[in-house]
Ligand binder design. Sequence first.
Ligand code: ACO
Length: 381
Amino acid sequence: MTDIKKGLAGVVVDETSISKVNPDTNSLLYRGYPVQELAATQPFEAVAYLLWNSELPTEEQLAELRAAERQHRALPDDVKTVIDLVPLNTHPMDEVRTAVSLLGAQDLARGSSSVLDASGDPAQNLDRSIRLYAALPAIVAYGQRRRRGEELIAPRDDLDYAANFLWMTFGEEPDDVVVDAFNRSMILYAEHSFNASTFTGRVVASTLSDLYSAVTAAIGALKGALHGGANEAVLHIFDEIGDASNVSAWLDQALAEKRKVMGFGHRVYKKGDSRVPTMEAALGTLVEHYDRQDVADLYNTLKDEFIARKGIYPNLDYPSGPAYNLIGFDTLTFTPLFVAARVTGWTTHIMEQQASNALIRPLSEYIGPDERHVPGYVPDA
Ligand code: ACO
């Protein structure tokens, strides 16, 4: 009997030097640094630099990356035109995927992309990664604004990444406490080893396809509710429950119907997601800032009751969903926010895959009909 590892569960498919997930010690390291230390001390830009370059930036290197990011922040007119063609009743992940695809085609058309090997060289791909990371906030922010019938807002050169992202979304200068919580969420979402979307990106890169194709595919994988889509699903659950006093009755019914409670459970972490305490603390600052103890009550009651009943712990999407809601993001924008953060991890993995490539091509156990023959087929003599 072939030992089938459904969902590749527990299978180690390659080495990586980008991040280490250790479910036994409940820790997550980016290039060796604990993610909670990075979230407490660094701007998202520095963590992006760390992922791409293996070391935290000097002040000069950070300034250089920030300058490059500012250069590519504005939404190009033709990308806006294409986003406007995406029907408003589709999920904004579809427009994010489409916009990245267009940016890729335009960039590849400027270079000399080869059909035999479209993967590009490392310097080219780092440059492409920076441009995507710089362009995504405008794409995501505009996605929310156009759904609200609002105009595009131009970026502000005097604001760093997180503050400018919030500015482009809301058109108001954000409070420091909000910028800080948002910045922490972006750092926590940036990277998580061989998760489904990152692995998807690596599969595409392994065929010698280009970085944009790999990122576009990763966006498709992230969209699903079992992965990135869970952060918005958490808010739907909160909306359904309404108030902490309804949690018990809601859980009785959800468990009776064998529903999955989104934002709980993880393929790798079984005793708690290492990122949750940091994001919970950020949510706490937002609860205080917006004076919304009702959100904290619902959050804690559902968490405590679900852990008590099922022994399944929250993942990062559980605290980030309500945090993004308090900041003012629409529920549909949550997964695109995840894209804007995770593009740093994806592109780092794509480049790592390219640097020591082997085509990713697993095997399957065939369980279809035995060989049979088409009626009337006569083999050539
Ligand atoms: N609610 C209810 N039951 C759950 C949940 C949940 N959230 N998660 C796991 N379980 C149960 C399953 O029903 C299953 O029970 P059974 O053995 O009685 O059938 C058991 O726990 C094992 O669950 P699987 O889904 O098989 O475990 P897996 O490791 O494949 O699941 C997954 C991981 C997909 C994340 C799962 O926990 C889930 O669906 N959670 C909800 C979606 C979610 O929050 N995804 C976000 C992932 S993290 C991220 O992307 C940042």
